[in-house]
Design a protein around this ligand. Sequence first.
Ligand code: SF4
Ligand code: SF4
Length: 127
Amino acid sequence: MKIRGHHLFCLLHFEGKGYSQDFVENMYKVKEALENRGKFSLVLYCDDICKKCPYMENNECRKDVDNKLMYKDSEIVSRLGLSLEGELYDFAYVKSLIFKNFNRKDFEDLCKDCSWFSLCSEKGVFG
Ligand code: SF4
Ligand code: SF4
């Protein structure tokens, strides 16, 4: 399975809402697979979550016109000290790294421009 960097944050905040019914059903499946110790590699482009998103076209995200999402992917992966592709990771391990390396302010800085920010923010995953 492939997961883009910023979707690690989205997975932590997911509570059944998303861009379409298909998207939500797929998100549940991906999250369940990861929580059942399914291994994944990290990418900076469309992943197993994007593939059911109405914004994915020709394997690219139509929302990311300014590459801000790709920047966020890259920033998160690099601050976790993890590698892109090739390396397979366990979600529980990566989750523990996320909570060691990011706090509430980091989440706000990285996610404040997202249309889901207020919903995710209320969840208080980062305190
Ligand atoms: S604010 Fe957006 S990018 Fe950040 S975790 Fe929520 S949905 Fe994902
Ligand atoms: S909006 Fe873009 S990055 Fe987010 S799931 Fe859809 S295609 Fe992927």
